[in-house]
Design a binder for this molecule. Sequence first.
Ligand SMILES: Cc1cc2nc3c(=O)[nH]c(=O)nc-3n(C[C@H](O)[C@H](O)[C@H](O)COP(=O)(O)OP(=O)(O)OC[C@H]3O[C@@H](n4cnc5c(N)ncnc54)[C@H](O)[C@@H]3O)c2cc1C
Length: 453
Amino acid sequence: MPSASQRIPPLVRPLISERAKRTLDLVEKFVNEDCIPADDIAEAQIGEGKQRWTTVPAVMEDLKLKAKSLGLWNMFLAKGHYKEGAGFTNLEYSFMCEQFGRSRTASEATNNSAPDTGNMELIAKYGSAEQKKQWLEPLLEGKIRSCYVMTEPNVASSDAKNVQLSIVKDSDHYVLNGEKWWISGAGYPTCKVYIVLGKTNPNHPDPYKQQSMIIVPAGSPGITVKRMMHVLGYDDAPHGHAHLIFKNVRIPASNLILGEGRGFEIMQGRMGPGRIHHAMRSIGAAERALDYLLARANASHKMAFGKKLSEHGVIIERIAQSRIDIDAARLIVLNAAAAIDAGDAKTALIEIAEAKVFVPKVALQVVDWAMQAFGGEGLSQDTPLAAMWGHLRTVRIVDGPDEVHLQQLGKRENRRAREVQLMIQKQLDETDRLFEKYRVARGVDREVPRANL
Ligand SMILES: Cc1cc2nc3c(=O)[nH]c(=O)nc-3n(C[C@H](O)[C@H](O)[C@H](O)COP(=O)(O)OP(=O)(O)OC[C@H]3O[C@@H](n4cnc5c(N)ncnc54)[C@H](O)[C@@H]3O)c2cc1C
């Protein structure tokens, strides 16, 4: 089989450096030979019961050492945007991220995993020199991990204007009170820092200037973990998703990021590249699901109605459709990554939203077909497919539900409507003029009802 760099679509090949191609092949080898075989070891080392929340799997530490020795570390921080990264563009990183998506351990093993990547970008972009020294450096080294703390149980949090957690100034401190849930990564034993969104100025007339972001050391007095959430029955330990209570949590004022009322602005800057990373990892997961589909469809020891599954028309058609859909989805993500490289996350809003909505649907469909091909086994713990489906399903909700992105995309597209109506009108007028010029009859069945425009 051609290597990952040889499979780069011809359209973008000229934009990928030789160094990125070499690294991509190294990533593919590391994921195939080290990470995928270690996935089940990591799960087994986490074990059962309370230990699930106190154990960093030993195999993960070994994978990290190997990744560092191979130079596979912090590739997400894009060239031209951050000086701290490995010097790859978003486009180049997208291919590596796809490889990470095929394994449960690969992203973390190379320090490219969410939510740390978005948090590191955030501190690198908006943090003060002291904040960078205290939090960014150990995060970049992979010594600690972090959480992004935005969603609340009592408000519709996809509209971030709704967040309620209060951040009140008290001399040289801020005091935090409120409740948050779905805080990914809070279970991790090495999670040492939270980036919290709340309101410092709830009465500001501009609803986008009420929010602020503050860096909160994990385990600060007043923070309690109410419970860990389950995703379709999975606890995702030791990473996990916490329901947290903040009660009179006192944090030094110097931990505020950028200044009061700047929370929304920071949030918008944080979201873009992360969505692309999720999308690219989803492509990787879809590719792995297709591998499983191929393997099962060609298993000669499990014939159905006298044939291998691949000899049944419907299955070979699903294989074909999976190939088409994955390749189309990949191009949408690459386009978004290239758009971020050409500008930034704000100028690439449309392309990012397109990828955010389109890719998980494709990946979920491919995983679903693979599960179906395995029959009962496909829904069990014996293949990675069921867990993969559970994770991919969350991508339609995290970082903003599909509907929010579709609203934005639809409204933007709809802005062209008047211009389009005028253009069509002009073309019809021109057709009328040409009818007269060439003296041909229009025929009654070709009359166009103009009033409809
Ligand atoms: C596995 C997982 C991990 C997560 N990790 C984190 C994390 O680390 N940190 C964090 O802060 N949050 C996290 N979240 C939370 C996630 O970001 C939110 O669930 C998401 O933003 C939606 O917010 P909500 O749950 O409050 O839903 P709501 O805002 O209540 O929305 C509910 C539903 O309403 C519909 N809806 C919303 N807006 C519109 C609209 N404009 N038009 C039509 N329909 C609409 C959608 O169907 C949406 O799903 C995580 C969630 C999950 C499931």
